[in-house]
Write a protein that binds this ligand. Structure first.
Ligand code: DC
Length: 483
């Protein structure tokens, strides 16, 4: 990678409110790093245009989604502007008029429409790196984007910019009305139920109210390079062995690794586990085979402590086994501060903590919801989190699973850089929700990616239906007690 460049498949998400200058910055960054520029607002505008032409009610989400699925929407990002085509017709300038502007928020508010759009947006990045701008790029479309920028500016600054833009086009505009309109759109974008505009806890916030174009590019490019470099695998550094029973720990993890190989599990991204600081390892959970198989990927990495439900420590021989692997017991029916204290302490000492964010097994295909525990641990420790996605562990077999692919995918760490800003503006509960919802999006995206490469097998679908019944019962027993 050249010192001032980024890898060719880099994904940069630029989110922010109307008039914050996302398009300018996203175009600048795409030229600077040689990535494809994608304006997702233009996609919602194009659908609004088509709905109007086809006399489709802007409130009918299902029909709008069907229209999108059965049409051909293309964006061609030239050096000056994006050419937007609907079934080969160039509608680039028509989508910018005020009639479209008045209805696009309604069109963008439907879950069914957003689902189609997200699929389309992800498919664009399948073969190339992108700078994608919008409202939900970092929170939903690419929750694991390499770089997430939240671009902001004061309402006044944004109103003046929009006012100038409109006047430049030769149209009439009143500054106070433009400001009112921006406030109205902010409200619609941030308060809607589906994928509202939010600051992702791992975003980089840039306020460009007092910046020139050159300054905003310089700052964003510098941040992008720093963030990408920081999350690159740090091989060949190694964690020190800090297990309380180093030899026994090694024996258990070696055993797990042998199992992993014996059943032919494929592992991706193990290098993401080698980091200089303590970090949280957060896998999805579908089977009792997850812990030993994921544990096998820690082979050779020194000690990793797991947080596990306290019931597991009671029966012999588990009580001994769990002590070997540095497990921290946790009560699940109620908030257990001492478990979080111990885990946060271990992270501060540079150890790693494995924590299942869903708190219990979930059916494959239906990840989440991520519970509050992960957010508490992240806030308490400030540690980065490495998400893991497993599949196929409901049936591990020698030499490889016959009926479902057996995989452990380890992603790059997620650093919660926007936490100080969120702490200054939101209460703890709202921040927890923001973190949990980011990880919900992460597991969903990892799952969609895995299933798009290898679709769910019939056997897996069958497994899912009985797992679903089991999970519903279990959830009632474990978590409802709290209320
Ligand atoms: O960025 P813009 O003004 O062209 O966006 C047009 C509308 O589309 C705006 O109301 C917000 C919505 N939008 C969205 O909901 N999600 C996106 N990713 C992009 C735009």
């Amino acid at each position: 990678m050249p010192e001032t460049g980024v890898p060719a498949r880099t994904v940069i998400a630029v989110d922010g409110p109307a008039g914050s200058g996302k398009s300018t910055l996203a175009k600048q960054l795409s030229e600077h790093f040689g990535l494809l520029y994608v304006d997702t607002g233009a996609m919602y505008r194009a659908l609004t245009w088509a709905a109007e032409k086809n006399n489709i009610d802007f409130e009918d989400g299902e029909l709008l989604a069907e229209l999108l699925a059965n049409s051909d929407l293309t964006l061609d990002s030239g050096s000056k502007s994006t050419v937007v085509k609907w079934n080969s017709k160039d509608i680039s300038s028509e989508i910018r008029n005020s009639a479209i502007e008045n209805h696009v928020s309604s069109v963008a508010s439907h879950g069914s429409v957003r689902k189609e759009m997200v699929n389309l947006q992800r498919s664009i990045s399948r073969s190339t790196g992108v700078v994608m701008e919008g409202r939900d790029i970092g929170s939903v479309v690419f929750p694991l984007a390499d770089v997430k920028i939240y671009l902001d500016a004061s309402v006044e600054t944004r109103a003046i910019r929009r006012h100038k833009q409109i006047s430049k086009r030769g149209a009439e505009s009143n500054l106070d009305e433009v400001k009112e309109d921006i406030i109205r759109r902010d409200k619609l974008d941030t308060e809607r139920k589906e994928s509202p505009l939010t600051i992702s806890p791992d975003a980089q916030i840039i306020d460009n109210s007092n910046m020139t174009h050159a300054e905003q590019l310089a700052k964003s490019a510098e941040i992008a390079l720093f963030v990408i470099e920081r999350s690159l695998p740090k091989l060949p550094e190694k964690h020190l062995p800090i297990a309380s029973h180093p030899l026994k720990y090694k024996m258990v993890v070696t055993g797990m690794n042998t199992l992993l190989r014996f059943v032919g599990a494929k592992t991706f991204g193990r290098e993401n586990l080698v980091r200089p600081e303590g970090f949280i390892i957060a896998p999805n959970h579908i089977s009792l085979w997850d812990p030993p198989l994921i544990g096998g990927t820690f082979h050779g990495l020194g000690a990793i402590c797991a947080v596990a439900k306290e019931e597991l420590f009671k029966p012999w021989p588990m009580n001994h086994l769990y002590a070997f692997v540095n497990t921290i017991p946790i009560k699940r029916a109620a908030y257990d501060p001492s478990a979080f204290d111990r885990a946060a302490e271990a992270l501060e000492e540079g150890k790693c903590i494995k924590f299942y964010p869903e708190g219990m097994r979930r059916p494959l295909g239906e990840p989440g919801p991520v519970r509050g525990g992960l957010a508490i641990l992240i806030q308490r420790s400030g540690a980065p989190t490495v998400p893991i996605f497993v599949r196929g562990t409901t049936e591990p077999q020698p030499g490889g699973s016959l009926r479902s692919p057996l995989e452990v995918r380890i992603e790059r760490p997620v650093f919660m850089d926007a936490l100080p800003h969120l702490e200054a503006t939101l209460d703890r509960r709202a921040i927890n929700k923001r973190i949990s919802s980011l990880f919900d999006s992460i597991y969903r995206e990892m799952q969609d990616r895995t299933f798009s490469e290898t679709p769910l097998t019939n056997w897996e679908k069958e497994q899912t239906s009985w797992q679903r019944i089991y999970a519903a019962k279990k959830e009632k027993l474990t978590f409802r007690k709290r209320k």
